[in-house]
Design a protein around this ligand. Structure first.
Ligand code: XMP
Length: 517
């Protein structure tokens, strides 16, 4: 049985981070809404209560009956979680004099407490709270303090229940991972045997049982998630899996051909469909970004549906949905605002059962599984690419000629990033491509004057976009070397007919978005 830690989500922005940290310890965990504890699940080894945007004394604050888990599992409350445990046991929680945010140090802590095993003196922790615990019940013992926060951590005496005011899951809490490890390994007794290899073994066995001799279709996009899902399913059910890869004409230069070749080398049963003429016809004259998206989304479903119907007796639709798409996020009213996100409305249209083998994995775990499955590194480390492709990077209407110009400029930029060697923070050799989250070129709807040789030109301008990010929710523009930008600019202007000006986008997200449309 796969043992697990349950993280009860009270709506904090860092709840997913807690999950990632625990998984990095090779311990499996699941994030569930605060009021959906899986009662009776024998594989649960411990519970973590997350932070929250609420104060414990708010009338609408998220509350649970602690007695349902107390004494049955070890419990660790983080921030609001710690305040909630203290408050509901008769402690006092009050607004902090000033909101405490940022770095702090544990000026003193109980070195003999298991939670602090291996933690260095005066360790830095990350605080982010408007309230603070000012008094704890008699049966609680303060086990750590900072200069400003007397009750920075406590343990309930004689019980396996702790509370920490700071956020051990945040990178800036230097020994935060060690503390989480102490909780999940030393206290909860988790074995740390959750790994890419163990995931593959159990998932392949589950898929075999779930799917039997049924036939499955899967839409490949060229991206890492759908590709890993396909290879995993292929290992479980082989030729009963048919993959469909649709070219809507807005992919990168040679991408359809190259990725199709990669898929075939991986032994996948894959049908490549060139539907670009249909998409170009439907997109002609359309300039409004959301309309472009709708046309491509619907066109994709139609093509996929038509191809899938050519295969007899298909019962399942497989998708590369990953964990961040599935976690039920809570709105401030306590209602679940995202219970499930499935791509493009396909399942409804096709009346097939849904199979999502990666639905419990974070993105970095998907990559690890891909490596373990022996997939080529260039498929695993590919940048994200939007479903509508270059259509949302051509401002204004789309024509095959504009797509071709953009493909050439984009290819120079991407290959340039791949070829430019740099050292990472640890001194290891890498490339600019691997250092940025995502990059691409945007074709602007302006022309400007230039001079080439003795000729006056009046041609298009493009913008280069490269960002660093961890989840695409926020992003910073990548500080690429000037020398590199200069070379790419030169190469594009000299080699791509129709472009005489290159700009670099230095906007962060928010307020800008990664894509221009
Ligand atoms: P934005 O532009 O919203 O992009 O900052 C965030 C991430 O989402 C990708 N993106 C899309 N992906 N269909 C997709 O499948 C879309 O319509 C779409 N729009 C944006 C974008 O490339 C980035 O990774």
């Amino acid at each position: 049985m796969q043992e697990k830690i349950i993280i009860l989500d009270f709506g904090s922005q860092t709840t997913q981070l807690i999950g990632r940290r625990v998984r990095e310890l090779n311990v499996y965990c699941e994030i569930v809404p605060y009021n959906k504890f899986p009662q009776g699940d024998a594989s649960v080894k411990g519970v973590i209560l997350s932070g929250s945007p609420f104060s414990v004394y708010d009338e609408s604050a998220f509350k649970i009956d602690l007695n349902e888990i107390r004494g049955k599992y070890p419990i660790l409350g983080i921030c609001y979680g710690a305040q909630f445990i203290a408050y509901t046991n008769g402690g006092k929680v009050e607004p902090a004099g000033s909101r405490e945010y940022g770095r702090a140090h544990l000026a003193s802590f109980d070195k003999n407490n298991v939670l602090f095993k291996g933690v260095k003196e005066n360790t830095q922790v990350w605080m982010s709270h408007g309230d603070t615990i000012t008094a704890i019940p008699e049966s609680f013992k303060t086990i750590a303090s900072t200069d400003k926060v007397k009750i920075a951590a406590y343990q309930v005496e004689g019980e396996k229940m702790w509370g920490v005011q700071f956020h051990p899951e945040v990178f800036h809490s230097e020994d935060g991972t060690q503390m989480l490890k102490n909780f999940v390994v030393e206290v909860c007794g988790c074995r740390q045997d959750w790994s890419a290899a163990s995931f593959i073994e159990t998932t392949v066995a589950q898929l075999k049982e779930q799917l039997g001799d049924d036939k499955v279709v899967l839409g490949l996009s060229g991206g890492v998630d759908s590709s890993v899902a396909a290879v995993l399913l292929n290992r479980a059910i082989g030729k009963n899996l048919t993959c469909i890869f649709v070219d809507h004409g807005m992919l990168r230069k040679d991408e359809f051909k190259n990725v199709l070749h990669d898929y075939e080398c991986l032994g996948l049963n894959v049908i490549g469909v060139d539907a670009s003429a249909k998409f170009f016809a439907e997109l002609a004259g359309v300039t409004e970004p959301e309309k472009k998206r709708k046309i491509i989304g619907k066109g994709f479903i139609d093509v996929f549906d038509e191809e899938a119907h050519k295969i007899k007796d298909v019962k399942w639709l497989a998708q590369g949905t990953i964990y961040p798409d599935c976690i039920e996020s809570l709105s401030i009213t306590g209602t679940v605002i995202k219970s499930h996100h499935n791509v493009g409305g396909l399942p409804e249209k096709m009346n097939l059962k849904l199979c999502e083998p990666l639905r419990l994995l974070f993105k970095d775990e998907v990559r690890r599984v891909g490596r373990e499955l022996g997939m080529p590194e260039h498929l695993i480390t590919r940048h994200p690419f939007p479903g509508p492709g270059l259509a949302v990077r051509i401002l204004g209407d789309i024509t095959p000629e504009k797509v071709s110009i953009l493909q050439d400029a984009d290819d120079i930029f991407i290959q340039g990033l791949r070829n430019w060697k740099v050292k990472d923070a640890g001194g290891n050799e890498t490339t600019l491509y691997h250092q940025v989250w995502q990059a691409g070129v945007i074709l602007l709807p302006v022309q400007s004057v230039g001079v080439m040789g003795d000729e006056r030109t009046y041609e298009r301008a493009v913008a280069l976009r490269a960002v660093t990010s961890t989840d695409a929710m926020t992003a910073d523009w990548a500080h690429l070397p000037y020398e590199f930008l200069g070379k790419v600019s030169n190469d594009i202007i000299n080699k791509v007919k129709g472009v005489n000006r290159v700009t670099y986008d230095i906007s962060s997200k928010p307020p800008s978005t990664i894509e221009w449309e």
